[in-house]
Design a protein around this ligand. Structure first.
Ligand code: 5GP
Length: 185
């Protein structure tokens, strides 16, 4: 195939991707996280509430690996507005369709960074009076925390790098990568 000059110019401008967590590492960790959650809920039904959009793949893999009966809901949040650092402003873009009062709820996050998004969501969910409220995050960047938040289940603690893949994006690209990669220049 002959590449046009435009395509080859674009490819030289593409940011680099360095694998941080392979698909195999991720799947192994999902198995152990699912087992931990199953042990804790001992067959009690749980609402898994995925935070859109980044958590959709983590939620799908976790839910299919867990044995606990689950119901799946989504909540929409916007905080990054297309860049690689948080604007610090959290907006609810899609609310739940159900009431979770008296139910066991696990919020499913893609990554906890400053903790601002999670602090906002925990406050919002507490007002809805669930029986229990916990947090499962795929990734955790504790170095960047500005709001103290409790994370009950954490997939991987990672360094302060901007990562993409396995649901996480940069300006809506890269969500479908099977590995988690560090995005470089
Ligand atoms: P926080 O409010 O904790 O600073 O940020 C949480 C949100 O910021 C995450 O749900 C995610 O959407 C975004 N975020 C934080 N760090 C990263 C990162 O390294 N990569 C990507 N793609 N998003 C991130």
């Amino acid at each position: 195939m002959i590449l046009s000059p435009l395509i080859s110019l674009q490819s030289t401008l593409m940011p680099s991707l360095q694998v941080l967590l392979s698909a195999q590492q991720i799947q192994a960790r999902i198995e152990s996280l699912a087992a931990e959650i199953d042990r804790d809920y001992a067959g009690e039904p749980v609402y898994l509430i995925g935070i859109l959009k980044g958590a959709f793949i983590f939620l799908a893999d976790l839910a299919r690996t867990m044995k606990t009966p689950t119901r799946i809901e989504f909540i929409g949040i916007s905080s990054y507005g297309g860049g690689t650092s948080s604007s610090g402003e959290v907006r609810l873009t899609r609310d739940l369709d159900v009431t979770v009062e008296g139910k066991h709820v696990v919020l499913i996050e893609d990554i906890v960074d400053t903790g601002i998004t999670l602090a906002y969501l925990l406050k919002l969910m507490e007002q809805r009076k669930p029986a229990t409220l916990r947090v499962a995050t795929f990734l955790d960047k504790p170095e960047r925390r500005v709001r103290p938040v409790t994370v009950n289940y954490s997939g991987f603690v990672i360094p302060d790098k901007f990562v993409v893949g396995y649901g996480l994006d940069f300006a809506e690209d890269y969500r479908n990568l099977r590995d988690v990669c560090i995005l470089g220049d």
